[in-house]
Design a protein around this ligand. Structure first.
Ligand SMILES: [Zn+2]
Length: 199
């Protein structure tokens, strides 16, 4: 049974995203106040770069991924603790995924993130980021596009066509978060089309 991506069932249960759930964004925004503002920030950062596919790669030399760590305030509204862009090209090498950057800054020198920490990401986190988040005490992941959406797609960097993600299917958030004990909550597909505009 494929339940992957259905917002009111907060775990991956299947393998493929289900297309065409018109209410997914609305449902998640009701369930997680503050969610929309954070993802608005992601897509305004990416939107600030016109012609991403053709030009920005040569300007900023980066892949179009955004991520944040947020924690619920006393009213349950998600408040951004740290937000980051992908940094693999400009400074951090292969460790500089947007998610690892957000986790690093969200930790603020501590070993663990605050209770209730949520990882928000424009694309389903990879194994490295999912593991880092889980090991930092994170409890929940919400993302836009699925790994399966971007698999096989590439962009131009340094005059070369580079794949967005080259890891195998099993190296994804669901494998590294749902098989942990306790399993994290993983929700995919929020504003999926917004993320895919840059892919
Ligand atoms: Zn990653």
């Amino acid at each position: 049974m494929a339940l992957y991506g259905i917002p009111n069932i907060e775990k991956f249960q299947g393998m493929e995203p289900l297309p065409g759930y018109p209410d997914i964004n609305e449902v998640l925004e009701l369930q997680y106040p503050g969610l929309k503002d954070i993802f608005d920030s992601f897509y305004s950062v990416l939107n600030a770069q016109p012609n991403w596919r053709d030009e920005i790669m040569f300007d900023r030399n980066e892949f179009p991924f955004e991520a944040a760590i947020a924690v619920p305030d006393e009213n349950g509204r998600l408040i951004t603790l740290a937000m980051a862009s992908n940094n693999t090209r400009s400074s951090r090498g292969s460790l500089g995924h947007a998610e690892t950057e957000a986790i690093f800054y969200g930790l603020k020198g501590e070993k663990h993130l605050p209770k209730g920490a949520v990882l928000l990401s424009s694309v389903e986190p990879c194994a490295m980021c999912a593991t880092g988040f889980h090991n930092s005490g994170g409890e929940k992941v919400i993302f836009s596009a699925f790994q399966s959406d971007i698999r096989g797609k590439s962009t131009w960097v340094d005059d070369m066509s580079k794949p967005f993600r080259s890891e195998p299917e099993s190296y994804s958030a669901k494998a590294f978060l749902l098989e942990r004990n306790p399993a994290a909550v993983v929700i995919g597909g929020y504003r999926r089309q917004d993320a895919l505009r840059y892919m």
